[in-house]
Write a protein of this length. Structure first.
Length: 514
C-alpha cells in the first residue's frame, strides 16, 4: 500500500539517492486488574479501533491493488463490525479472554521504575525555617536552591538504583511481578482518554506524526500534507483524583522509610536528613497500550502498562557547612515516580517481505527475533528448485523467469509456531530508461509531461520514481508532470525502481514565455 506516497521522496533524501546511483554508474553499472467499568472503556475502543483500522487499510489501497485483496479487506471489516461486543458482559468476556491469552502464552514482562525531582527549574521548591515555619529570606533560598540543583542528579540516580529492573522469563508466570489494580468510575477526575488515531505527513514518504494536522510539517516542510491514520496500538489513559486513596493503594508510592534509606546518604554533603514525609499524590495516571494486528481472530496483546504520579514530599534537614547558620530547615518539593511494565511477545520478522530477483540473482535476508535466549529459527523454501536459501539467509533464484517461491523463517515456543515470510519473484531486470524529452525550456507556471520508456519491454517491474534536483525551480509529481516554479536551471530525473537505471531531462525555466 501507499505506493503513490513512495513515489515522492523527501527532496534531500532523493538527491542522496541520485548521487549514490551516479557513483555506482561510474564504477560499474522494527476484573483481575480492571473492574467492569474500565473493561467497557478498553474493549469499546479495542474493537472499534480494529474496525477503523480496516477502514484505513481500504482507504490506503491504490487503484492497482488486486481486487481480491479489496474484497478480503471489506469482508474483514464486516466481520469485525459483526463480532464487536455490544453489552457489558460481552466486553468483559473479551478482555478476560485477552488476559487468559497472556497467561497462557506467558510473554516476558519487564518492570522498570524511574524518578525525577521537580522540573528543570525547581520553581515550586519551598524552603521554610523549622523553628519559625516562616519562609527563608530570598538570598538564602536562592543559595539553597542552587545547591539542591547541583545535588538533584545524584539523588535521582540513587532513587533509580534503589529499584533495579525486574523481569520474568518467557514462559514464566508474571503474577507476582505485575501490580494489581482496581478502578472505579468515581476514582477519576476526568473521563478516560483513548488515543487510536494520529495525523501523518504523507509528503515525500516523510511519515512525521502529530496529534493534529499541521499547516507545515516540521520535518520536511511540506504544506497541508497531514492525513488521518488509525493506529494498531491503542493508548488508554485514566487520570485519578488527587489524593485518591485508590491511587495510594494502586501505585505503590515510596514510604518515608524507603525515601530516607535511599536519600539519606546522598544528602550528607548538603544537610543531615532528620525526617522525610510523603504528603499528597497528584497527577496519578494509569496508561495501557494494547495491540491488535487487524485480524479479528487474533487475540489482543498487552504491550505496556504504566503507573505514573507526582508525590509531594516535605523533608526536615539540618544544613551543613556554609548553610549551618540557618538552623533547622523544611524543604517542600515534588518527587515524580513512574513504573513501566513492558510485555515482550515472542515474534520473528524478516528484513524483506517481497523481492524480485534476476535469474541466478541473490540477496541476504536478515531476521529479528523476540524469543528466549538461545532460541533457534529454521529457514524453509516453498520450492527449493525455484528459490533456494542457505542457513545464513542467503537467497538464490534457481528457477525460470516469472516463477516465484516463499521463503519462511520460523521457531517454536511452548508449542506455538512463530513465523514470517518473504515472497521472491524471478524477474526480467530493467536495463535502460529513456525520457521523451532530454532538454526543454519552460516559462514560470508552465507544465511539461515527461514519459519514461523502459527497456526491455518485458521487464517485470516497469515502475519509475520522479525527482527534481531543485524543487524551488521546478517540481515533478509521481506521474512525471513537471511544473515550472521560478527562473533557473534544474535536472529532472526518472529512476527505475528495479535496477536503479536513470534518465535525465535538463530544464531551463525562464521568467517570461518560453
Amino acid at each position: 500500500m501507499n505506493e503513490n506516497k513512495d513515489n515522492q521522496q523527501h527532496h534531500h533524501h532523493a538527491l542522496g539517492e541520485l548521487e549514490n546511483i551516479e557513483v555506482n554508474e561510474k564504477n560499474s553499472s522494527k476484573s483481575a486488574w480492571l473492574t467492569r467499568s474500565v473493561i467497557i472503556v478498553l474493549c469499546l475502543f479495542f474493537f472499534g479501533g480494529i474496525g477503523w483500522g480496516a477502514n484505513d487499510l481500504l482507504s490506503r489501497e491504490t487503484a492497482e491493488a488486486p481486487p481480491e485483496e479489496l474484497v478480503q479487506l471489506a469482508q474483514q471489516e464486516e466481520a469485525i463490525e459483526a463480532d464487536a461486543p455490544r453489552t457489558t458482559s460481552e466486553m468483559a468476556e473479551s478482555i478476560e479472554a485477552a488476559l487468559r491469552y497472556a497467561e497462557e502464552e506467558k510473554p516476558r514482562l519487564r518492570l522498570n521504575r524511574s524518578f525525577r525531582l521537580e522540573g528543570d527549574d525547581f520553581d515550586s521548591v519551598q524552603f521554610t525555617s523549622a523553628a519559625t515555619r516562616e519562609p527563608l529570606e530570598d538570598g538564602q533560598a536562592k543559595r539553597l536552591l542552587a545547591g539542591l540543583k547541583l545535588l538533584a542528579p545524584a539523588l535521582v540516580e540513587k532513587l533509580d538504583s534503589g529499584y533495579p529492573e525486574e523481569a520474568t522469563a518467557f514462559g514464566e508466570s508474571f503474577a507476582a511481578l505485575l501490580w494489581s489494580i482496581e478502578l472505579r468510575e468515581g476514582d477519576f477526575k476526568e473521563a478516560p482518554a483513548c488515543k487510536y488515531t494520529a495525523y501523518q505527513c504523507s509528503a515525500y514518504n516523510c511519515g512525521n506524526q502529530a496529534d493534529e494536522p499541521l499547516e507545515e510539517c516540521p520535518q520536511c516542510q511540506a504544506k497541508n500534507a497531514y492525513e488521518l491514520i488509525y493506529l494498531d496500538d491503542y493508548t488508554i489513559t485514566l487520570t485519578f483524583r488527587d489524593a485518591s486513596p485508590e491511587a495510594l493503594a494502586a501505585f505503590h508510592p515510596q514510604t518515608a522509610e524507603q525515601l530516607a534509606a535511599l536519600l539519606g546518604d546522598e544528602l550528607d554533603s548538603f544537610a543531615e536528613l532528620e525526617a522525610i514525609t510523603p504528603q499528597l499524590i497528584r497527577n496519578a495516571t494509569f496508561t495501557a497500550v494494547l495491540h491488535h494486528g487487524g485480524d479479528v481472530s487474533a487475540p489482543i496483546q498487552l504491550r505496556s502498562l504504566r503507573f505514573s504520579y507526582d508525590l509531594d514530599v516535605t523533608a526536615t534537614l539540618k544544613p551543613q557547612d556554609e548553610f549551618a547558620s540557618i538552623g533547622g530547615l523544611v524543604v517542600a518539593l515534588t518527587l515524580g515516580d513512574s513504573a513501566d511494565f513492558n510485555f515482550d511477545w515472542p515474534s520473528i520478522s524478516l528484513s524483506e517481505h517481497a523481492v524480485s530477483l534476476e535469474k541466478r540473482g541473490g540477496f541476504a535476508l536478515k531476521v529479528e527475533m523476540t524469543a528466549p535466549e538461545g532460541a533457534e529459527f529454521q529457514w524453509s523454501s516453498s520450492d527449493d528448485a525455484i528459490v533456494e536459501i542457505d542457513p545464513q539467509g542467503n537467497v538464490i533464484a534457481r528457477g525460470e523467469l516469472g516463477q516465484s517461491a516463499v521463503i519462511t523463517a520460523s521457531f517454536v515456543l511452548n508449542g506455538v509456531t512463530y513465523e514470517d515470510s518473504c515472497l521472491v519473484n524471478i524477474r526480467v531486470s530493467v536495463e535502460k530508461v529513456e525520457l521523451n524529452h532530454r532538454k526543454r525550456k519552460l516559462a514560470t507556471g508552465d507544465t511539461l509531461q515527461l514519459k519514461a520508456k523502459i527497456s526491455p519491454g518485458d521487464a517485470t517491474v516497469k515502475d519509475v520514481r520522479w525527482y527534481s534536483r531543485n524543487e524551488a525551480i521546478a517540481t515533478v509529481d509521481e506521474n512525471g508532470l513537471v511544473t515550472a516554479i521560478a527562473a533557473g536551471s534544474v535536472e529532472i530525473y526518472a529512476l527505475a525502481v528495479d535496477g536503479n537505471q536513470k534518465s535525465t531531462c535538463k530544464l531551463t525555466v525562464e521568467g517570461g514565455e518560453a
